[in-house]
Design a protein around this ligand. Structure first.
Ligand SMILES: [Zn+2]
Length: 140
């Protein structure tokens, strides 16, 4: 497999994609936007919010799924700043531009992703068998 690094204009367009996604999540949780844009002093005037409270509130307002995705988007943008974006976290291979376009928060190359998915399937199978055993035990 070729280990071609991303071109600057490709990174720029992926960065735009990530920022659009981030803005979309933020506009879905308008209160969150207020939380983040208010200065510390203003926050004290309203409610004394600890960061964990904000995170908790974010999860409640956005749903855990969105909060997790938001974190992934933030992390991807951070990796971009550090010049590590687009590298597989498992094997350091360059993740293909097409894959990143479809999934700009991707952290694994397609090979590692497939390996991880195989593991997940195996674990899910294991759980299924276990619960099946429990059901049988319960019936007898
Ligand atoms: Zn990999």
């Amino acid at each position: 497999m070729k280990n071609k690094t991303l071109e600057l204009n490709q990174i720029k367009s992926l960065e735009k994609l990530l920022e659009e996604q981030r803005n979309e999540i933020l506009s879905n949780g308008k209160t969150l936007l207020v939380d983040f844009s208010t200065s510390e002093d203003d926050l004290k005037d309203e409610v004394d919010l600890a960061l964990s409270d904000i995170e908790q509130g974010m999860k409640m307002r956005l749903g855990t799924r969105e909060a997790l995705y938001f974190k992934k988007v933030e992390e991807a943008l951070l990796r971009m700043q550090q010049g590590e974006y687009g590298q597989c976290v498992e094997c350091s291979a360059q993740i293909g531009y097409r894959r990143l376009q479809a999934r700009p928060t991707a952290e694994l190359c397609i090979d590692c992703k497939e390996a991880a998915e195989r593991n997940e399937t195996l674990n899910a199978e294991g759980r299924k068998h276990k619960s099946l055993g429990q059901t049988l035990n319960f019936k007898s």
